[in-house]
Design a protein around this ligand. Structure first.
Ligand SMILES: *Cc1c(COP(=O)(O)O)cnc(C)c1O
Length: 457
């Protein structure tokens, strides 16, 4: 499986190896970083300021010639790898034909074809419609607009540790104040935040979470929000920025069932979990849940900006003509890229590959947990995997050790990301086409990082 994936996705001239030729970041990256300081707004930060010159398969190469193993995939975007051949070819052909007419002015086939694919691939065999947009936040904004228009209700329920974007409405839906919300209010009204089924941190213990969480949430919607006021429940089937929180099995199904009984639109935010990442096309499938609306973005177009809302035809079509849209939404080049990315996922069977990545990573991380008591929890599904770091013997979050571990990985040429409401989660999102030897080497580097941080304490 591995060699087939490699030959179909990775240009032969870009060596799939970890290779450090300078310190990280190197002198050319530091020079660019200084230039950036005088030109780019400070509010945009970078996890690791190496400036990129090329990337493909499982590596990112910087301007100093360092080649790093990629455990981030640009935040779960380049699941098919950077510049995947089908994506690059489709983009080149489209960009030479025409770059933009605006779908609201003069339409084109690519937009329709992407919507057909979304309607086919998302859970459920009911009649569906889709709309294309530019970003995940914009998809969530539109899903809420559509749910409100359909139900003629206003309230929206979101969850602790949830992340839905940085626009005004999505900031209101997002849980974490710093850095996403602090100083940026006032926020949109009629948003109600309820507890999340977070097994590791459920107050009465993880075993009781599956039973108690739905009861607590449904009780709060009935008694505090008023179920008949609620247009939509918005939830990530596995939370991303909040720390890769995997709810107990059956939780999502119970919530979706309650929404159906009470005429509430169930919106799955699959922006991070979608497109093969968790070992299914969409994470809801693992739980047998069919959302009313599903928001997608990130991996949808192999690295080009594109997002979508897909859902039940009667809900999607309840909006008046002209009520939805945007200048760039469903740009023809992004649509061509998406068709190339989807075809790559099917041809290379990337759901199966995501399962294999999880089966490789989770046991290795559990063995690491036996040696390092700072690892409080190992969790994830498919190629969406994380460790939560605590002060040994407690559940107290340890953001300092998390930062130190990420830095130790970066110094050794492994690009990792952090997450979590308490900034104490190391998360791993390798491109689904990462070669086997790099996945194993990356896990080895992680072990070295743990050993070095232990020694430093
Ligand atoms: C990234 C993300 C968003 C926001 O997407 P943008 O394209 O950054 O606006 C929303 N929800 C989830 C779950 C995400 O991971």
């Amino acid at each position: 499986m591995s060699s087939m994936v490699q030959s179909a996705t990775i240009p032969a001239e870009l060596a799939q190896e970890r290779r450090l030729v300078t310190e990280i970041p190197g002198p050319k990256s530091r020079e660019l970083h200084a230039r950036r300081g005088a030109a780019v707004a400070r509010g945009v930060s970078s996890t690791l300021p190496i400036y990129v010159s090329r990337a493909a398969g499982g590596v990112v190469v910087d301007v100093d010639g360092n080649s790093l193993i990629d455990f981030g995939a640009g935040i779960a975007v380049v699941s098919v790898g950077n510049s995947a051949p089908r994506v690059a070819a489709a983009v080149q052909e489209q960009v030479a034909a025409f770059t933009h007419t605006c779908f609201m002015v003069a339409p084109y086939e690519g937009y329709v074809a992407v919507c057909e694919q979304l309607n086919r691939l998302t859970p459920g065999d009911h009649a569906k419609r889709s709309i294309l947009l530019n970003s995940g936040a914009e998809a969530i904004e539109n899903a809420v607009k559509i749910a409100r228009a359909y139900t003629k209700r206003q309230a929206v329920v979101a969850f602790d540790h949830g992340y839905h974007g940085r626009t005004n409405l999505t900031m209101a839906l997002t849980a974490k104040a710093m850095p996403y919300k602090s100083g940026f209010g006032p926020f949109a009204p009629e948003i109600y935040r309820l507890p999340m089924a977070y097994p590791f941190r459920w107050p009465t213990g993880s075993e009781r979470c599956g039973e108690e969480a739905p009861a607590a949430i449904i009780g709060a919607i009935e008694k505090q929000v008023g179920a008949e006021q609620v247009a939509a429940v918005v939830i990530e089937p596995i939370q991303g920025e909040g720390g890769f929180v995997v709810p107990p099995s059956g939780f999502l199904a119970r919530l979706a069932e309650f929404c159906r009984e009470r005429g509430i639109v169930f919106i799955a935010d699959e922006i991070q979990t979608g497109f093969c990442r968790t070992g299914d096309w969409f994470a809801c499938e693992h739980e047998g849940v069919v959302p009313d609306l599903i928001a997608t973005a990130k991996a949808i177009a192999g690295g080009l900006p594109l997002a979508a809302v897909t859902g039940r035809a009667e809900i999607m079509d309840s909006v008046h003509v002209g009520g939805l849209g945007g200048t760039f939404g469903g740009n023809p080049v992004a649509c061509a890229a998406s068709l190339g990315a989807i075809r790559t996922m099917e041809e290379l069977d990337l759901t199966r590959r995501a399962v294999w990545i999880g089966e490789t990573m989770l046991p290795r991380l559990r063995r690491l947990q036996e040696r390092h008591p700072a690892i409080g929890d190992v969790r994830g599904r498919g190629a969406m995997v994380a460790v939560e770091l605590v002060r040994p013997g407690t559940k107290e979050p340890d953001p300092e050790v998390t930062t130190a571990l990420a830095a130790a990985c970066h110094r050794r040429g492994l690009l990792t990301l952090t997450a979590g409401t308490f900034s104490n989660v190391l998360r791993f999102l390798p491109p689904l086409v990462i070669p086997e030897h790099l996945l194993n080497e990356g896990l080895g580097v992680l072990g070295e990082a743990f050993a070095s941080v232990d020694q430093g304490r």
